[in-house]
Design a binder for this molecule. Structure first.
Ligand SMILES: [Zn+2]
Length: 312
């Protein structure tokens, strides 16, 4: 009985911890975030890499270079996306995640301008990119580690500059219907497709991640050239935002490429069946709570990430 209660308590704790960690578009921030306390033993080889990278407020002063894989790496010489641009604004400034490879910054500027022109949006709201030195994060995201990933809200930028508070407090808008089988026609509009298409048509974009219901809607609505649909892949989450992943920039020899998606549109019932299966739509809680995975340490990341962390 006692043991039972302990297991229940552990399950509850892990549920609360995992609820506290998503840091997705709908999670709010604070204009005056509490600074993280210094680590007692930063040189302990067992210290989680996210604790080290999460404490670096500025990029490594090195030549720009993504190192490792999207979900296991870091970035040297990252630059910040300006928080206000002609066609975008950065959200959740307290997270300090508007950093990336210079090619990603240039790409986002292009996509934002294109979205403004083709969708008639005043601009894009940009969510999480990478930390100043990339690496694993204390909250949310397995990827976003090498300065080549960016989350874009599926909510148009308003036609004015948002305050610091609004950037922390405003919620992104849910695009998926309650039954999760399709988009919510109360929030999804004909302007969403041209925004996502603008990103997918960029040659340097490797993949776009969206919820499966959004992929289904894009398949239904796309006219003319549909080849860009092959890059748009269903993914868990991404009900409120879409995710742009860039290819490794030319010449970045320490960047580990992802195999390109196959050329199919990915629009058939068969292609989407897994995502609309009962197991995915209504996942059963595991009988035994899964053992938490030990966090990634610095030794698990490419060796160059140690220099990135130590660099001025
Ligand atoms: Zn994402």
């Amino acid at each position: 009985m006692k043991r039972h209660r302990l297991i229940l308590a552990l399950a509850l704790i892990s549920a609360v911890v995992s609820m506290a960690s998503p840091a997705s578009a709908q999670d709010k921030g604070s204009v005056s975030p509490k600074p993280l306390p210094p680590l007692a033993n930063p040189n302990d080889p067992n210290v989680a890499a996210k604790e080290l990278f999460g404490r670096k407020p500025l990029p490594a002063k090195l030549a720009p270079q993504p190192i490792g894989f999207y979900a296991k790496g870091c970035i040297a010489g990252a630059v910040a996306l300006p928080i206000n641009g002609p066609a975008w604004q950065v959200m959740r400034l307290s997270r300090n995640r508007n950093w990336g490879h210079p090619d990603l910054i240039a790409l986002l500027e292009r996509v934002a301008t294109k979205a403004q022109k083709t969708a008639g949006w005043p601009g894009l709201l940009v969510g999480d990119m990478s930390q100043p030195r990339g690496g694993p994060m204390l909250t949310g995201h397995a990827s976003h580690q090498i300065g080549l990933d960016a989350d874009i809200w599926l909510t148009p930028m308003p036609n004015r500059q948002l305050s610091r508070e609004e950037r922390e407090e405003t919620s992104a808008v849910m695009m998926v219907r309650k039954d999760r089988l399709d988009i919510d026609s109360a929030t999804w509009t004909p302007t969403h497709l041209p925004v996502i298409r603008a990103a997918a048509q960029e040659p340097q974009v490797e993949r776009i991640f969206v919820n499966a219901a959004i992929k289904k809607a894009l398949c239904r609505e796309a006219n003319g050239d549909r080849s860009w649909l092959s890059k748009v892949r269903p993914m868990y989450g991404h009900d409120y935002h879409f995710h742009i992943r860039m290819k490794c920039p030319p010449g970045s020899t320490n960047c580990e490429a992802q195999p390109p998606p196959n050329n199919g549109e990915g629009c058939s019932t068969g292609d989407l069946a897994y995502w609309f299966s009962d197991a995915v739509l209504h996942p059963k809680p595991p009988v035994k709570p899964p053992k938490p995975k030990p966090p990634m340490t610095l030794a698990n990341l490419p060796a160059e990430c140690r220099q990135v962390l130590m660099a001025p």
